[in-house]
Design a protein around this ligand. Sequence first.
Ligand code: GLY
Length: 322
Amino acid sequence: MESQRPTIVVHGGAGEWKPDRQNLGILGVKRAAKAGFDVLRRSGTALDAVEAAVMMMEDDSTFNAGLGSSLNLEKSVEMEASIMDGETLKAGATALLTNIRNPIHLARIIMEKTDHIFIAGKSAQRLGEIFNLEKANPVTKLRERHWLDLKNKIRQGTSGYLPKLSNLMKSYPEFMNADTVGAIAIDQLGNVAAATSTGGLTFKIPGRIGDSPLIGCGNYADNKIGACSATGIGEIAMKLVLAKSACCLIHKGYSPQEAAEILIKRVNQAIQNTPNQMGLIAIDKKGRIGAAHNSHHLCWSYMTPLMKSPKASLTAKIVKSG
Ligand code: GLY
């Protein structure tokens, strides 16, 4: 793809997008790409753009981030997010949030207002209060219905208790989608940034933290290379440190598209006999973009200066096993 700046790429998650949700997903990622691109067009920074795009998706209950986040084993929400500035390599991350409306905004506050990178749980919630962040109940009726449906199915199954997560995912893949949201961008000055936010896996054990807030696993940005946001099963992204690995491949000379495809192939080789649904979006310092996945769908969108409106799709390059 031609190199252009400014450019933004967003994803609303890998997984299986059921027909009744597909239009909502496409509309949602387009809205997010447009919100981010509007920031870039006004000479805003890549950091402002990815934050704006992810906030748009956190406020959209179509996606598993912010409002509409997945419910954990105890039927409550624990959200997580991270943001990274490629110009300075500064990053902020947060997890185990129960009622902060925009986790990505708290991640940015942690990056800018503290000496730390990752603050989780009660202290993170407290920080949100100190900085007057808006609170909102992220639990939606739809997620509650999914949760109850899944619970009933488990009850009717062979085990009295939860089988391992992988077995659960084999039996009920439609409920295990990790519809993380993410955005990567390059601004007019050539600065890149990445932001990723999620409610995590449905039925996760409380306290479980995935890849989205882990710098290098779900999110990475470096002006000298580019940026990447991952979606899918967090444990897989953590094992293969996917976001940083994508940046390393770009650094070696691969295009963002090649880097994303190589890594999804690597996922297919390394992770066998457990279901995995992964997706990656990447951008390099020239503004070239890439997207690949091994899941049924990757709901994603992008916008460049030559486009009047964002393009969106439910698939990118699908990388199959074997
Ligand atoms: N990628 C989101 C998660 O596994 O939590």
